[in-house]
Design a protein around this ligand. Sequence first.
Ligand code: SF4
Length: 340
Amino acid sequence: MELWPSRVGYSDLRRRDLGSSGKPELKVLLAGPRGFCAGVERAIRIVEMALAEHGAPVYVRHEIVHNRHVVSDLEAKGAVFVDELDEVPDDALVVFSAHGVPKSIPDEARRRRLLFTDATCPLVSKVHREVERHHRDGRRIVLIGHAGHPEVEGTMGQVAHGAVVLVETVEDVAALELDARERLAYATQTTLSVQDTAAIVAALKARFPAIEGPRNEDICYATTNRQNAIAAIAARADLVMVVGSPNSSNSLRLVEIARRSGCPRAHLVESARDLDPRWLDGVSVVGISAGASAPELLVQQVIDELGTRFAVDVELAEIVREDVTFRAPPIPKRAPAGAS
Ligand code: SF4
């Protein structure tokens, strides 16, 4: 398939400045930070360690992170992705994804005596512990998040059914049927828009002044940094492209934030194959970022693709340097044959 079909006509190219290579010039603002966060790196490392320790197949419940490229790469190495534990054979090792799981999942794995390891990001686990503490202290919990997202299902599943009520918008807060005298607390999904979440938290505090919440919000450092970085480049760009998968919450938020921050022409691309040359009509500055689950290789391929048509000048627009890493847990070993 031709990635850059001739729909970008010669007349379009002539209108541009031609660089010394004879190609029109294109400035690329590369957001920093972008791409893999510490939680995603750790989750991928855990699956690779499990494969090294046990050999293929290693089962993974749900996509380890929301990126098709990462999932295909691990599948090629011997990982088998399943939706539920009943698809995992009794003698297999299973890894739980970075998004976290309801308590019922490790309980079920123990009941079946499956070997399992948990790749839940430590920053998601921190939210799980907060929710458990509020529940133990007798508070009803309002969770700000997106219905159906695995992280939300995992967080709600830390406590008894009905103990957590989910809100997605300021309107949902207005519609909450809670007694203002009830002891309340809130928590949030880690990958939300910082700006939208602040508005929802403000609405919660206005309606329920005594509601408790985290000292620093639950939105993680990686989400916050990527959102600030894309806002900074969107204001300078004619077009923004975010590399990420359509089911990646933090990638979708980056597209929304680029649009709100001064660049209405913002698109999500899973890979270089998604580039539409028509997007580049009249464009001289392109901003590029990537969601926390998107590998840097895909970003490089997008830039390389632009380079087939343009004389690309890349400027790294880094607002902060990240040095966060998370240790991986040990991979459980199989009991020696004959041991009970
Ligand atoms: Fe952890 Fe944040 Fe990365 Fe999610 S986006 S895996 S919470 S560091």
